[in-house]
Design a protein around this ligand. Structure first.
Ligand code: HEM
Length: 414
């Protein structure tokens, strides 16, 4: 089906609409997917088909379906697909903020959103700067590092540890728990389930102690705000606080570190733009917007149709899944001028990338992620002069939290 609706009658089932193919497992990663999507956009397509699902690629359609209440988030569908339909991991997954809908979801968002405003998040910026300064003192004179291992792996976890009031040097424990728990997305639960549930139990016990400590003695960080969060007499229960903190840790670490890796990769490939950041602090915030637009670490999201949904003459049958490709929407030439140029100085007008989603499930941590990226580019740009790649980046598969698993960078020693 193309944008003018030339193919198929209104209501043609998406499986019968003769959609063009889009290879989401392109060995060239996001470069390869972008090239395919550019050709599809050029031919006027708004939806394609991968081996797994229909993929929506046009900005207006991705945005409309992402916010459409006739589609639900994926909930525990990936667990169910692996035969897990009950038990601790399943229950926790159903209590995840992203799995909640309706009033249950709105209630939690109302209670926690004040803790994630730009103003609240600004209180974490000094901790970000302190961390980055310490790293720069160490690596600045050396003149090279492997970004992912030496900085990106640790950086967001140290900040989240700060949010919950854990000592920064405990980040290794958080990292190990997060790594184990993220194995639930690796389609190997028959083997991994005991390790995942043990990590969840350990993390939960640890965070329960921190919550108790904050109840007894409020402190100046986000966990205290969450403990005290109240709306019209309503408060978060202990269970909800635990679920939320675990959810934040899982949602906020791998995403941010990979987005940082992708940004640094593009700056190393475009040194003139990196130099601009060093001399013009006002360019940092727009640069972060361009990084998340150009190469999003979360390429999109899956939605499940709750009923037969007909959109632009194509019907998504009840129960079927659809992938909404933010990475495609962000390059739609109908809404972005020169979409394929990585250009931190481009005037993109009122365009908003869909990298953090849209609608009721819009990323709760978007302000935090933006602050982390801004602080990172702001600290690194003036210090890493003559930035360059020190070998080819090693990239993860596109259909994951996408980014470099290895990014060797070189620069002039300070
Ligand atoms: C570059 C970094 C990040 C990216 C690209 C990202 C992306 C996203 C996207 C696309 C969604 C919507 C998913 C959907 O609708 O299916 C989302 C939701 C969410 N994100 Fe992020 N995220 C990032 C960082 C963070 C951080 C730092 C946190 C918190 C510490 C966080 C917490 C959440 C939570 C709790 C949700 C669920 C919101 C809800 O269901 O109401 N994210 N994120």
């Amino acid at each position: 089906m193309n944008r003018t609706g030339q193919w198929g009658e209104p209501g043609t089932s998406v499986g019968d609409a003769g959609l063009p193919h889009l290879d989401m497992f392109d060995p060239a990663g996001s470069d390869g997917v972008r090239t395919q999507v550019a050709a599809l956009h050029h031919d006027g397509h708004w939806v394609a088909h991968s081996d797994l699902w229909p993929i929506v690629i046009a900005y207006d359609d991705v945005k409309a379906l992402w916010g459409d209440a006739r589609f639900a988030t994926i909930g525990a569908s990936l667990l169910e697909a692996q035969g897990i339909t009950s038990g601790p991991l399943y229950d926790r997954s159903m209590r995840n903020l992203l799995s909640l809908e309706g009033e249950a979801h709105r209630r939690i968002r109302r209670l926690v959103s004040p803790a994630f405003t730009p103003r609240s998040v600004a209180g974490l910026r000094p901790a970000m700067r302190t961390y980055l300064e310490r790293k720069l003192e160490h690596f600045g004179p050396i003149g090279h590092f492997e970004l992912m291992h030496d900085i990106a792996e640790e950086y967001p976890i140290v900040i989240i540890a700060g949010i919950v009031g854990a000592p920064p040097d405990e980040w290794h424990r958080f990292s190990a728990w997060a790594e184990a728990i993220m194995k639930q997305f690796s389609f190997n639960l028959a083997v991994d389930l005991p390790e995942i549930e043990a990590a969840l139990d350990d993390m939960e016990a640890y965070i329960a102690e921190l919550i108790e400590a904050r109840r007894a003695e409020p402190a100046d960080h986000l966990l205290s705000m969450l403990v005290a969060a109240e709306d019209d007499g309503d408060r978060l229960s202990n269970r909800e606080l635990l679920d939320l903190v675990i959810g934040l840790l899982l949602a906020g670490t791998d995403t941010t570190r990979n987005q940082l890796g992708l940004g640094m990769m593009w700056f190393a490939r475009n040194p003139d733009q990196w130099d601009r950041l060093a001399t013009d602090p006002g360019s940092i915030a727009p640069a972060v917007e361009e990084v998340v637009r150009f190469d999003p670490t979360a390429s999109g999201t899956i939605r499940v149709a709750l009923e037969d949904v007909t959109h632009r003459g194509v019907t998504f049958p009840a129960g079927s899944m659809v992938y909404l490709l933010a990475a495609g929407a962000n390059h739609d030439p109908d809404v972005v001028t020169c979409p394929h140029a990585f250009d931190v100085s481009a005037d993109r007008g009122s365009f908003t990338p869909l990298t953090f989603g849209t609608g009721r499930h819009y990323c709760l941590g978007a302000n935090l992620a933006r602050a982390e990226l801004q602080e990172a580019f702001g600290a690194l740009a003036p210090r890493l002069r003559n930035l360059r790649l020190d070998g080819d980046p090693v990239l993860k598969p596109f259909m994951s939290i996408y980014g470099p698993s290895e990014l060797r960078l070189a620069f002039d020693p300070a």
